[in-house]
Design a protein around this ligand. Sequence first.
Ligand code: PLP
Length: 389
Amino acid sequence: MSKHPASGRPTLPVAGEDHARLTIDLSALADNWRAMARRSGAARTAAVLKADAYGIGLEPAAKTFHQAGARDFFVATPAEGAAVRTALPDARIYVLSGMWAGAERLFFEFDLVPVIVSEEQLVVFMSAIADGGDIPCVLHVDTGMSRLGLRVEDALALADDIARPASFSPIMLLSHLACADEPSHALNRQQLQRFRSVVSAFGDIDATLANSAGIFLGEDYHFTLTRPGIALYGGAAVNGVPNPMKPVVTAEARILQVRDVKAGESVGYGAAVVCARDTRVAIAAIGYADGYMRSLSSAGIPLRRTGLAGPSGMLHGRPVPVIGRVTMDLTHFDVTDMPAGSVRPGDFIELFGRTMPIEDVARAAGTVDYELLTSLGNRYERRYEAVKK
Ligand SMILES: *Cc1c(COP(=O)(O)O)cnc(C)c1O
């Protein structure tokens, strides 16, 4: 690893030095946003940028969406909002965790729109605008998540409250779907109806309900603005149907060593796998510190939910199963069935991406693609493939 000349601290790896790399296809990212905008019909389409744009890098993602036509952006925290503001001077930036006492300054300084999530936050917001001047806000109504937002009855009471200060006029209502990834779940319709009742009580007001999966539920769910996240990043929004999005992130790890293990010998920590046949293994420079989770250990290891097929990487176009336990920095792959001489130290195994669907790897880990992406960590060399003009 090279040293930063001034500080002597290690710098991020560059091509050739990297043990693992992420290739981020910004054209696919832009295409995915346009695809969600088309599916959103007459509604405006935002982009959700929380958690470093689902792990892919906030600034390149923000600029790519903006160039594709997005003007509305959602983040989780005011600090994330400040970072988006630096990249995009003319965007509307909504902060989903709202405004809490002590964080008011950031909203004024970086022109951020708080999404008010509770009666307490409403009080904080009212006193902030009394002191600091009028800024817009969005009101979150909880219609079935039991997470953030005013209860439906409290939101209805607020809408009817003639004593409501004239200065409290949210520019938009927001709610979030609990089961949109299961289109036939009864809660989808119920949340829609509850949300509609609040929207109509507030009169002619903008509204936003649909995340990625919600967009696929159809026009009823689109309202004024849609809020896709995972689908933009190539994830599978809806369960049980083929993923229509283009893969954005490809993660690959370098093979450090190839070795032969005899039948009867064990592989890795806990001697969790004893080879039933003479086995050739490739040791790849990837582990749970890189977000290649320990629950991606091979089939039959009790770290994993039983009954699931084990995970595989992809090497020269063929799947290679993980064998043994994933460790902090290293993972064994079984390459016995690869053509003789085709596997060499220095080759890269694709962990997920263009040829190994991310949702399949997430499923094998007992998790979702959201967690896989946001756990990647910072040891990868990151390559951004520019949008083709
Ligand atoms: C994260 C988030 C989204 C985006 O959800 P996806 O499922 O990634 O499309 C939308 N709305 C809210 C409130 C969120 O927290």
